[in-house]
Write a protein that binds this ligand. Structure first.
Ligand SMILES: [Zn+2]
Ligand SMILES: [Zn+2]
Length: 151
């Protein structure tokens, strides 16, 4: 959090109490958090919080690179490497919804080269991989081994 304070001061942007609170709530969670859930979590701190308030705070935090949007979950995670410009490779556990952020610079460099050769103009780039995290995978055993799941 002090890292975020310092960066905001350096950049001359306003880190309001509400923005701080939203960031703290996202960082506390190891899972990706949805905007709607954030609104609920925010209520005890600010009963007047509205969806628009939360979205504005989220936009700000994304612009500053403190959080990332997980498009395929429509949710948000705290950045594990704040302050460094980086590409995103996200490993998303479908069981516990933990999202691990990897730098994977060689992978992303290869993706970037492919995009350049296609002459494509990139607006936003993130790779989201779905599956099971190590702890969920070890609890379940080999993926697809059982056909009786969920019955
Ligand atoms: Zn990050
Ligand atoms: Zn998991």
């Amino acid at each position: 959090m002090s890292r975020a304070d310092k960066l905001c001061a350096e950049r001359g942007v306003r880190f309001t109490p509400l923005r701080r609170q939203v960031l703290a709530l996202i960082w506390e969670n190891h899972e990706a958090v949805k905007a709607y859930d954030l609104l609920e979590l925010l209520k005890p701190f600010d009963p007047s919080a509205k969806p628009a308030t939360v979205y504005r705070a989220l936009d700000f935090l994304m612009e500053q690179g403190f959080i990332h949007r997980v498009e395929s979950l429509n949710a948000f995670i705290g950045c594990s490497d704040v302050g460094r410009q980086h590409e995103l490779l996200l490993l998303i556990c479908d069981r516990c919804h933990t999202v691990e952020e990897r730098a994977a610079s060689s992978v992303m460099a290869a993706v970037a080269a492919e995009i350049v050769s296609a002459g494509f103009q990139v607006r936003y780039k993130a790779l989201e991989i779905h599956g099971l995290c190590t702890s969920c995978a070890s609890r379940q055993g080999p993926a697809g081994a059982s056909g009786s799941e969920g019955s």
